[in-house]
Design a protein around this ligand. Structure first.
Ligand code: PLP
Length: 287
């Protein structure tokens, strides 16, 4: 079955979803994206993702193509047309199409694309068994709080990590972990303190991060939003990462450093289970 894509007010088959080579997303990565998970036919934390989409667009002076409520209707229609039970809805909005030039007109019309991807999120080997991650220098620009499609630093860091046999990568700057290549990084200390870096221009404010921190507080875990070093991570009792497309994924090894006994930690698994249950129940099913 070919996928149906949403492209500028039309639903088209993926073979027919075409965009100009003068699109500024293609030429300059002048574009914002978002990813919302779908589990059991329900959008997960979608409001957080659309709020961040609006903020990212505002930060680079691209208008929202339509109000959030309209986007939600289109997402639902796309999920229905593709019969998506579990996976993600990927959304991308570029500044629009114009002759190649750094400058842009104030009245440009954004290009808006949405597509679905089938993905096993809740029952993946990574979620169950955990993953091994590499570390790499954080080579990105300094506005990492904006979710732009300018992802080359992450593409290259992930490729190096995969080639070395790791499943993912965490990024390091000034001897502190910033975040994952496409995720938020967390550790739990031997005293059961959950640590993650505070939001700033140095990281993307993760929507799953926000939801998981809320769960952690409800579970009476001590949470510290502060910088942490690779050495603290190597010596942690537990480690995990969060993202819309992988929920809560245990990290069981960082480079050659096995975390605790090399198995997913119990607090990590508890947060994972609660988040999955919320994902399955908090929104209305679309299909
Ligand atoms: N940090 C980066 C750099 C990301 O690319 C992502 C997700 O793609 C995240 C964090 C996690 O954000 P979220 O939980 O909103 O998916």
């Amino acid at each position: 079955m070919t996928r149906t894509i949403y492209l500028n007010n039309q639903f088209v088959s993926e073979q027919d979803a075409k965009i100009s080579i003068f699109d500024r997303g293609f030429l300059f990565a002048d574009a914002i994206y978002e990813v919302s998970a779908v589990v059991e036919g329900r959008l997960v934390d979608n409001d957080l993702h659309l709020t961040r989409l609006e903020r990212s667009l505002g930060e680079i002076d691209i208008p929202m193509p339509m109000p959030k409520e309209e986007i939600i209707k289109l997402q639902a229609e796309l999920i229905r047309r593709n019969n998506l039970r579990e996976g993600v809805v990927y959304m991308q909005i570029t500044r629009g199409t114009a002759e190649r030039d750094f400058g842009y007109a104030a009245d440009m019309k954004p290009n808006f694309v949405m597509l679905t991807q089938v993905k096993n999120i809740t029952n993946s080997a990574a979620a169950k068994n955990g993953i091994a991650i590499d570390l790499a220098p954080d080579n990105r620009w300094t506005r990492r709080d904006i979710k732009t499609t300018m992802l080359l630093a992450q593409v290259l860091a992930k490729k190096t990590a995969h080639d070395a046999g790791y499943q993912d990568v965490w990024l390091v700057e000034d001897n502190h972990i910033t975040e994952g290549g496409s995720s938020t990084a967390f550790i739990i200390t031997k005293d059961d303190v959950l640590i993650t870096r505070p939001n700033s221009n140095k990281i993307l404010p993760g929507c799953t991060r926000k939801a998981v921190l809320k769960i952690a507080e409800e579970q009476n875990l001590t949470v510290e939003e502060r910088l942490f070093t690779p050495e603290e991570a190597f010596n942690a009792k537990e480690a995990f990462l969060t993202s819309a497309s992988s929920f809560v994924t245990p990290v069981i090894r960082i480079q050659e450093h096995v975390i605790a006994d090399g198995k997913p930690g119990s607090l990590t698994l508890r947060l994972q289970e609660i988040y999955m249950e919320l994902a399955r129940t908090s929104a209305e099913p679309i299909i």
